[in-house]
Design a binder for this molecule. Structure first.
Ligand code: NAP
Length: 276
């Protein structure tokens, strides 16, 4: 399957596993299942309040920690330099790990105007070895260029809302022009999944796959790295089983054309939406 090579030379797989809102014993069981099914990139965040469960699932899975890539995210309330360092150490404590493979600034929160400080902290954490690769989430071109200009360090990843009703054509170009991998959150469209759209149904029938698989495959063919969440083992398997078929170019184009200017899942414009 397609993998993504980061500027550091390290690689990310084609598909990751989203863990929000998995928690508690059921959450641990779902994350263990995902690892058993074959996911190797696990996406969590301080604000998902499930880092403890992710760490426990990793230990229970029996898969070598070095064969897994663990990504967490720094919350808005910890953007100050010292807070960001302490927050990251807290993530490692809860996960029971000595390093994160990827750590992202969760939201830029521009009105707080501290994301450059947060980025300086991540740069230093990477130098120290506590974090292997660093990136951001929900950053626009302006936010990206500001942290790159301030530090000379380009994020490895920008994790953004991206699904057929919000295909992020411009942001994908912004990221790739800077050598940044685009990760897609809510890659299936969550509550607004376009599973019944005629173009999705027709492609699924032609290829003998499910609508969910068509959408994950579309993500791969537009060059994005989706992190679908499922608590259902059969769907976890389905979302990972996307390398044995290919969408035609006109199918990819037609799914991208489902995009709408009001296609966001909620009012999550990074210039105005803030999460602490
Ligand atoms: P999603 O992955 O697009 O959708 C998840 C929903 O789709 C769940 O209800 C799941 O149900 C269902 N589903 C999964 N596979 C399916 C399939 N093959 N067929 C039918 N239904 C299927 O949305 P998401 O959970 O919002 O996003 C994924 C991850 O992105 C999150 O878990 C989180 O890690 C990350 N995220 C990041 C941000 C950010 O700001 N950076 C924001 C939101 C999310 P079941 O579980 O019942 O199978």
């Amino acid at each position: 399957m397609i993998t993504h090579t980061l500027a550091s030379g390290r690689q990310l797989p084609a598909v990751g596993f989203g863990t929000y809102p998995l928690s508690g014993d059921d959450g641990i069981a779902s994350i263990v299942s995902a690892i058993e099914v074959g996911y190797r990139l696990i996406d969590t965040a301080v604000n998902y309040e499930n880092e403890t469960e992710v760490g426990e699932a990793i230990r229970r899975s029996g898969v070598d920690r070095d064969d897994l890539l663990v990504c967490s995210k720094l919350p808005g309330r910890d953007h100050g330099y010292d807070d960001a360092i302490a927050s990251t150490r807290g993530s490692l404590d809860r996960l029971g790990l000595d390093h994160l493979d990827l750590h992202l600034i969760h939201w830029p929160n521009p009105s707080q105007d501290q994301y450059v400080e947060a980025w300086r902290a991540l740069v230093d954490l990477q130098r120290e070895g506590l974090v292997r690769d660093i990136g951001v989430s929900n950053f626009t071109a302006t936010h990206l260029d500001r942290i790159i200009d301030a530090t000379g360090v380009t994020p490895a990843v920008n994790q953004i809302e991206l699904h057929p009703y919000f295909p992020q054509v411009t942001m994908r170009q912004v990221n790739s022009a800077r050598g940044i991998v685009t990760e897609s959150w809510s890659p299936l469209g969550k509550k607004q999944a376009p599973f019944a759209e005629p173009v999705v149904v027709a492609a699924a029938e032609r290829l003998g796959v499910t609508p969910g698989q068509v959408i994950v495959r579309w993500q791969l063919q537009i060059g994005a790295l989706p992190i679908p969440k499922s608590g259902t083992p059969s769907r976890q398997r389905e979302n990972l089983d996307v390398d044995g078929f290919e969408l035609a170019d006109d199918e990819v184009t037609a799914i991208t054309a489902l995009g709408r200017s009001d296609g966001r899942l909620f009012d999550g414009d990074p210039d105005t939406h803030e999460e602490m």
